[in-house]
Design a protein around this ligand. Structure first.
Ligand code: PLP
Length: 421
């Protein structure tokens, strides 16, 4: 959607809302739809081709509005999470449709990691319930969770909040500790590297440990079949998340999370006062038990609009173009022997550095960012200070890559000449 289309449809949307406000007194206060009403009104798979905005708006009036706020909000979230789950080829156990699991939208990847840690902590504590003389607090002191060195800082934070030890992979059972939770990252923040889900999944499944897969950024690329091999072994994971607000043209916030066993999640998070109970308690999902907030925004609506406006093929085209541009940038770096590329370039991120001490690359980054023509963020990968070149803009093209490379090489030349003076 370009700026002109956005302006046009934005105005139509404001008119739609104004008309809703005018007709409010004539509308029913409650909806009379039955749980599951939406499944028969919408397709079971995400649309392949882009759809017309007017058609989507017609469905808002026909399908969403009769469900008023809450039923429609829950129903669309269930449906869209199943659409995307199928699109990224998740095993059917992670789907609402027919599985014991399902997907939910959280506000952030950090929240996904925290709630899955809380669910696995609950399950680990439940295991000693038959022994009433063992106190929950004692078990808590023995729990230990694991991640790899490059996991995002939100993993450490979840450990802090959940009061559990968090380590990089180690041998602990012998010391009386209880391994209960592992985070594997697909596409680390620092350099977009990939943990081996297949190997970790086998061990976790054998040991009864909850494996969470954090694919916050890279998970978006799974809508393209050529990247789906990266999730090999995911059938042994307990949960997975990715953020369409990072790389699927959905605005912040939108973090998708799937679990293989929804009961394992909700039993850790259910509190049920009288004022929240309702007649469909046993028939429909209540996403308030799937996360921390009680009040929930209608986030699936924006996801539904994006999927329909672009179609799966439009979104795939966008991801593939970004990957192609990252490869083009990588080639520039590899062809210039004052630079090194660090790690493999698989998605839209290229990590590079100047050969030599870290301080040189630090100074280069400072110079580039102070030009106000590009903005890049560093990372430390195996003690190497690297600059992260990430393709972000929706309509980035080859000209942008040439421009960026020009800014970078000019800054590097300036730095090198001042060094030799
Ligand atoms: N996990 C990974 C791999 C990330 O790259 C990031 C953010 O960059 C996060 C988690 C945290 O995401 P959020 O801001 O949605 O909590």
């Amino acid at each position: 959607m370009d700026a002109d289309d956005f302006e046009k449809h934005g105005i139509e949307m404001v008119r739609y809302i104004a008309q809703y406000m005018r007709t409010l007194p004539q509308r029913s206060v409650t909806s009379d739809v039955e749980p599951g009403y939406m499944r028969n009104m919408l397709p079971s798979h995400a649309p392949i081709h882009a759809e017309n905005f007017q058609d989507i708006m017609a469905d808002v009036e026909k399908i969403i509005m009769p469900g008023a706020a809450s039923p429609a909000c829950t129903e669309l979230e269930i449906l869209v999470l199943d659409w995307i789950g199928k699109l990224i080829n998740l095993p059917s156990v992670f789907l609402h449709e027919g599985g014991q699991g399902g997907g939910v939208i959280q506000g952030s990847a950090s929240e996904c990691v925290l709630v899955t840690l809380l669910a696995s902590r609950h399950a680990a504590i439940q295991l000693v319930k038959p022994y009433p003389y063992i106190d929950d607090g004692y078990v808590l002191s023995k729990l230990v969770a694991y991640s790899s060195k490059l996991a995002h800082s939100c993993v450490e934070k979840a450990g802090m909040i959940g009061l559990v030890k968090m380590r990089q992979l180690d041998e602990d059972r012998r010391m009386g500790l209880i391994p209960f939770y592992v985070v594997a990252t697909l596409g680390t923040t620092g350099c977009c590297s990939f943990d081996n889900v297949e190997e970790l999944g086998e061990v976790c499944s054998k040991e009864g440990v909850w494996l969470h897969v954090d694919a916050a950024y890279a998970g978006n690329a799974l809508i393209c079949p050529e990247f789906q091999h990266l999730t090999k072994g995911v059938q042994n994971a307990s949960s997975i998340n990715f953020n369409p607000n990072k790389w699927m043209l959905v605005n912040f916030d939108c973090s998708l999370m799937w679990v293989r066993d929804r009961k394992a999640l909700t039993s850790a998070l259910t509190v049920d006062p009288v004022y929240l109970q309702h007649e469909h308690d046993d028939k429909e999902l209540d996403f308030r038990h799937w996360g921390i907030p009680l009040s929930r925004r209608f986030r699936s609506l924006k996801l539904w609009f994006v999927l329909r406006c672009y179609g799966v093929e439009g979104l795939q085209k966008y991801i593939r173009r970004h990957v192609r541009l990252a490869k083009a940038f990588e080639e520039h770096v590899r062809n210039d022997d004052i630079f090194d590329v660090i790690g493999e370039v698989t998605m839209g991120l290229v990590c590079f550095r100047l050969k030599g001490p870290n301080t040189l690359t630090q100074r280069l980054l400072k110079k580039i960012n102070s030009s106000h023509q590009l903005h890049m963020v560093p990372a430390l990968v195996n003690e190497n200070f690297v600059i992260r070149f990430a393709i972000c803009a929706e309509n980035a093209d080859e000209k942008d890559i040439s421009f960026a490379w020009k800014v970078i090489t000019e800054a590097a030349e300036c730095l090198m000449s001042s060094k030799s003076e």
